[in-house]
Write a protein that binds this ligand. Structure first.
Ligand SMILES: Cc1ncc(COP(=O)(O)O)c(C=O)c1O
Length: 486
């Protein structure tokens, strides 16, 4: 029987594959995704789990195949999601978390990680303007938003924790803008509030919540016998990147004693730069905040936090259950983070952020934020300068929404199919990955996301060159058809 490789040998081999992968990701000549249909995936991969193990040669070959066909989210032409690329120190930080594989429930199990998580939360609370604040790392912004709803509900109505809906004579109601993230519906479902009780408040043409519409909705709901309790001001909406006006929303929330949550999962990073902080100038007025460093601070997924303005609220809202078997009475019990989390086993996510933030410093992050704004401004100028491209929403942040308009046409729903086809072809050819959505009036928009400070303007140029080339080629292909129809 041949000798098993040592851990050192295995890690050496794995690391060399990872380094190759990172080089491929950095090479603009490589496709951003070597597209495979679901059928082709099953042909490329033996997906079966066999009775007898396949051995390390096959193990590494499986890894290589996987790496070959993974979407290269670190590629300079990846603009598809509200995150792109990651800082290499974050990868190393995550590897340190993984190699030590512990759980954040008790100080006993994660002494250094506990102090690190608290230090990072302290720093983020200070930035958010929550000097008395507290917080917890969650497995994503959606969970942070759900956790915020839970803290709001159980803080405003403490009996709810034990009695559930029976604690209240009226159904709860919460308010988000009609551009807010869908996680609030999921959370209302999960928490038994019900999706019908998530009120989507109208927005203006820029995608910002209309405070008057909010005030009217709350007043009408009270009249109709509901119990309003929660308002969310999104900072950086998912499609348009809009910032809801916090100050007037706060005034309304306080008039009715509602909890004000700030969903800054996407936009929170502006707080790191004095020039852009004004976008979230009134964020300190919120009672809680979601902030996703995995979107904009170069962190690997997941890296999200929920911050609360007052400490103690997470603990009083989340704790419960017979926990003597895990949260023992011991000297360091006060340091256990598990009682204020909804999770039992919880990965160490703060470490990668702490390591990277220390490495770059505040100054390094300021530079990264400024660079992404520079790229977004550069991309916007390109759209505005080109006759085939039309910007369809003002740019507040790192989202740029536009349409490809064929010669002689205007930005219209009539171009939806063409724009959709351009996107599909760009992906199938591995050129660039960019996402899309629709405006309220039904018009298709490319939603170009600039989030990776490491790509440079050349990647932006390449994106538009590719998009325009694909657009022109479709126009050429479709021209004879149009003539035939005519
Ligand atoms: C405004 C906003 N909030 C919350 C979320 C959810 O974050 P996550 O994907 O980490 O669950 C997103 C995701 O894009 C978002 O855009």
């Amino acid at each position: 029987m041949s000798q098993s490789p040592t851990d050192r040998q295995l890690l050496h081999q794995a690391n060399s594959l990872f380094a190759d992968y990172l080089e491929h990701c950095a090479d603009p000549e490589q496709p951003v995704v070597p597209y495979l249909s679901p059928e082709a995936v099953a042909q490329k991969f033996d997906l079966q789990i066999p009775e007898q193990g396949v051995g390390y040669d096959q193990f590494f070959s499986d890894i290589e195949t996987y790496l070959n066909y993974a979407v290269r989210t670190r590629h300079p032409q990846f603009f598809n999601q509200l995150w792109a690329g990651y800082a290499t120190p974050s990868l190393i930080g995550q590897m340190v978390s993984d190699v030590t594989n512990t759980s954040m429930y008790t100080y006993e199990m994660a002494p250094v990680a506990t102090r690190i998580e608290l230090a990072v939360i302290r720093k983020m609370c200070d930035i958010a303007g929550y000097p008395e604040g507290d917080g917890i790392f969650t497995p994503g912004g959606s969970t942070a938003n759900m956790n915020a709803l839970l803290v709001a509900r159980n803080t405003l109505f403490p009996d709810y924790l034990t009695k559930g809906q029976a604690a209240l004579p009226k159904p709860l109601r919460l308010y988000v803008s009609d551009q807010a993230h869908y996680s609030f519906d999921r959370a209302a479902n999960t928490l038994g509030i019900g999706t019908d009780n998530v009120v989507a408040v109208a927005t203006d043409a820029d995608g910002k919540m209309l405070p008057d519409a909010l005030a009217r909705a709350i007043a009408a709901d009270i009249e109709a016998g509901y119990q309003p309790f929660f308002v969310c001001a999104t900072q950086g909406t998912t499609v348009l990147g809009a910032f809801d006006p916090i100050e007037p929303i706060h005034a309304i929330a306080k008039q009715y004693n509602l909890w004000l949550h700030i969903d800054a999962a996407w936009g929170g990073v502006v707080q790191l730069h004095p020039e852009y902080r004004h976008l979230m100038a009134d964020a300190h007025l919120g009672d809680s905040m979601t902030w996703n460093p995995h979107k904009t601070m170069g962190m690997l997924l997941p890296c999200s936090v929920l911050l609360t303005k007052q400490s103690g609220q997470l603990l009083s809202s989340c704790s419960g259950g017979n926990t003597e078997y895990i949260f023992h009475d011991y000297d360091n019990k006060a340091w256990d983070l598990g009682p204020k989390s909804l999770q039992c086993g919880r990965r160490v996510e703060a470490l990668k952020l702490w390591l990277t933030w220390r490495l770059y410093g505040d100054a390094g992050y300021r530079d990264r934020v400024a660079e992404v704004f520079r790229l977004a401004e550069y991309a916007e100028a390109k759209v505005q300068a080109h006759p085939r491209l039309q910007q369809l929403a003002p740019r507040a942040f790192w989202n740029l929404c536009f349409q490809y308009v064929p010669e002689g046409g205007k930005a219209d729903v009539a171009n939806n199919q063409l724009n959709f086809a351009i996107r599909e072809r760009m992906i199938r050819e591995g050129k660039s990955m960019v996402n899309y959505s629709y405006l309220k009036d039904g018009r298709f928009i490319f939603r170009l996301i600039l989030a990776n400070p490491e790509i440079g303007t050349a990647a932006v140029d390449r994106f538009f060159d590719d998009l325009l080339e694909v657009g022109e080629s479709f126009t050429r292909e479709l021209a004879p058809l149009a003539e035939q129809v005519a």
